[in-house]
Design a protein around this ligand. Structure first.
Ligand SMILES: NC(=O)c1ccc[n+]([C@@H]2O[C@H](COP(=O)([O-])OP(=O)(O)OC[C@H]3O[C@@H](n4cnc5c(N)ncnc54)[C@H](OP(=O)(O)O)[C@@H]3O)[C@@H](O)[C@H]2O)c1
Length: 301
């Protein structure tokens, strides 16, 4: 286990064979025969890593069972579901955090510290995007029933980047095309925030670079691909100076957000100061606006 002081005490999956294989590989204490059985175990928290269509229901069940929750992105299918999950966490006095890994990577933290010490002014424009046409036809993102599409699969990272540097969302404009199954196969969404504007793209039928750029009055930052698992940033200043930051990550990169989450539990903090509930709601609003403008709706909506 790559997170100091944390232990994978139990796991549940709907496919028992796969779940046992997972438990053996990651040295998990016990395989629970059902989700109810898992939630009845003496656990501090659960980490939900199913597809987005099931996130809100499992979050609600875990919170009712008194467990703190770390839930993979996007934490719910839409804003309405996320509002309910957050309200349930607050009512039960439990920690709820959406798993959004980039801000916890060593490089991202180093970049923020560097810009504090060597400011280039407030970021006023963010450009980010990624398309992946290599995903197999049965990959979950191709299916509306699993709340798929590029906006839901890749878009959460881009929504995070825009909100993190530009602040609260004001409006979204989207262009794109749908797949035969009815999810977005390609989308460009531009957003206006209190601190500036972003141009974002995502897709399942093209290949693109996966880098990002943050523009400010006295310089710009290139976050090199893949920016959501960041290891290199180049800061170009208006005076011609160029600074390259390099910072590798360990153990897949999920370990940093999990360590942050565990520290919040230990200190009795019920909301992450990094991935705040307001930030998660902002991401949900941005994604929902972008996909509904394209006509992407999921079963039950
Ligand atoms: N792939 C990545 O690198 C990555 C990175 C960051 C975040 N995420 C996020 O992590 C989540 C999972 O993505 P993934 O790529 O890991 O998917 P995945 O490899 O298909 O794994 C999803 C798992 O969830 C289980 N599952 C799905 N729906 C379920 C339900 N309704 N009830 C119980 N179990 C269910 C699946 O079980 P079966 O095997 O029985 O289908 C499978 O074990 C998504 O929200 C995604 O955005 C993924």
């Amino acid at each position: 286990m790559s997170v100091p002081g944390a232990e994978l005490a139990g796991v549940w999956g709907r496919n028992l064979e796969k779940t046992h294989a997972y438990a053996a590989r990651f040295l998990v204490g016990a395989v629970a025969p059902s989700l109810d059985a898992l939630l009845a175990m003496d656990l501090d928290a659960v980490y939900i890593a199913t597809h987005p269509d099931s996130h809100a229901a499992i979050c609600a069940q875990a919170l009712r069972a008194g467990k703190h929750v770390l839930c993979e992105k996007p934490a719910a299918v839409n804003t309405r579901q996320l509002v309910e999950v957050i309200a349930s966490a607050e009512q039960n006095g439990l920690l709820f955090m959406e798993a959004m890994k980039p801000p916890f990577f060593p490089l991202y933290r180093k970049l923020k510290a560097h810009l504090e010490e060597h400011p280039i002014g407030p970021v006023g424009y963010v450009r980010a995007g990624h398309c992946d046409a290599t995903l197999a036809p049965d990959y979950p993102l191709h299916f509306p029933a699993l709340a798929g599409g590029g906006i839901m699969g890749i878009g959460p990272y881009e929504a995070f980047l825009a909100l993190d540097w530009l602040g609260p969302l004001k409006r979204v404009q989207t262009m794109g095309r749908l797949s035969a199954a009815g999810v977005d196969a390609f989308a460009i969404f531009q957003t206006e925030h209190e601190g500036g504007m972003a141009q974002l793209h995502t897709g399942l039928d093209l290949i693109s670079c996966g880098d990002a750029m943050l523009a400010a009055p006295r310089g710009y930052v290139l976050l090199h691909a893949n920016w959501w698992n960041p290891t290199r940033a180049t800061i170009h200043s208006i005076d011609g100076r160029r600074v390259v930051l390099d910072e590798p990550f360990e153990a897949g990169g999920f370990n940093y957000e999990i360590e942050h989450f565990c520290n919040l539990i230990r200190s009795g903090t019920l909301e992450s100061p990094v991935i705040t509930h307001a930030l998660s709601l902002g991401m949900a609003q941005l994604l929902e606006s972008a996909r509904t403008e394209l006509g992407v709706r999921f079963p039950g909506e």
